[in-house]
Design a protein around this ligand. Structure first.
Ligand code: HEC
Length: 282
């Protein structure tokens, strides 16, 4: 009886392995969209990890995800590591391997034990539109477990890719062309520990893609924001609300009407309060 069971189990295992080996080795998932903006407007958001979370479908899923950016601000060699307790976000790292201006970006994704994969973005100009293809490619080698996972990959990440492209489209279409010139955050001398944590938090939260302390980038210089609200009694709650929900119009004369994106729940309420206090104290 036990012997039969054992033989049966071994047979099942062998069949599972045989099927696994016959499954496709290369996993490919892709999604497309058409964005009514120039390729350069789209490229700015995919060639810079500091701007990735403005549209990433995963950023909203776990606002408590921790991000560490390293390497150059954008282009080849730029790196972003993330760490999250959320099972659908998890831990990993991605690095830009290929960056061809306004056309193509390839990143290598490293999911630790789950292996590595590549993500690609291809931009093709079509009149005043840009066709965007976001692809995912993984070579499973002889990893049979990953080959089985491959069957489900389209279901796993397809909907996330679709949501990401919707976000990217909204963002690229609402950002005026002048605003997307790559914003390299200037090095700002931190004058005190408090301001350095505020600044660090701003960098981690992606604010510095559009703001600098003393010059206009996409958004107004934070020193000008501090000056404008100096004598306003309810400046703090008002600005907290603005960072949470986004909006435009208050700085149209400086920004040409560019919108400030919503940050809640991507950035926690506590962090938003710290950021606003930091800005107002400048
Ligand atoms: C994609 C670009 C972008 C990013 C990223 C960004 N901002 Fe802004 N921000 C803007 C723009 C544009 C405005 C001007 C909005 C307006 O005219 O009302 C603005 C305005 C502001 C203001 C002034 C709001 C007002 O109504 O006077 C504050 C404060 C601010 N941003 C803080 C932040 C913080 C904190 C972060 C990061 C959590 C951040 N911003 C990230 C673009 C951005």
């Amino acid at each position: 009886m036990w012997k039969k069971l054992l033989v049966g189990l071994v047979a099942i295992l062998l069949v599972a392995i045989a099927i696994g080996l016959a499954l496709p080795r290369n996993i490919h998932v892709e999604r497309n969209t058409v964005i009514h903006a120039a390729p350069s407007a789209v490229f700015a958001f995919i060639n810079d990890f500091h701007k990735f979370n403005l549209w990433s479908p995963w950023a909203k899923r776990d606002p408590n995800t921790q991000y560490i950016f390293s390497g150059p601000g954008q282009g080849v060699g730029a790196k972003m590591a993330w760490r999250s307790e959320h099972p659908n976000v998890g831990n990993g790292q991605q690095q830009i391997m290929v960056s061809d201006s306004d056309r193509h970006v390839q990143t290598e994704l490293n999911f630790g034990d789950m292996g590595t994969a590549f993500a690609t973005f291809d931009l093709v100009m079509d009149g005043t539109d840009t066709h965007v293809t976001w692809g995912f490619d993984q070579d499973t080698g002889y990893n049979i477990v990953n080959r089985y996972f491959g069957l489900l990959m389209d279901k796993f990440i397809g909907p996330d890719y679709e949501q990401g492209l919707v976000n990217l489209k909204t963002l690229a279409e609402s950002t005026p062309p002048a605003a997307v010139t790559p914003a390299t955050p200037p090095a700002v001398a931190a004058s005190s520990p408090a301001s350095s944590t505020g600044l660090e938090l701003a960098r981690m939260s992606g604010c510095l893609a559009c703001h600098s302390i003393d010059r206009k980038v996409v958004g107004p210089a934070w020193k000008d924001v501090a000056a404008r609200y100096k004598n306003h009694a309810d400046a703090k709650p008002q600005l907290i609300n603005k960072v949470k929900t986004g909006g435009k119009g208050n700085w149209a004369d400086v920004t040409g009407g560019a919108p400030m994106p919503p940050y809640s729940p991507r950035v926690s309420d506590t962090d938003i309060t710290t950021l606003v206090e930091f800005v107002l104290a400048l």
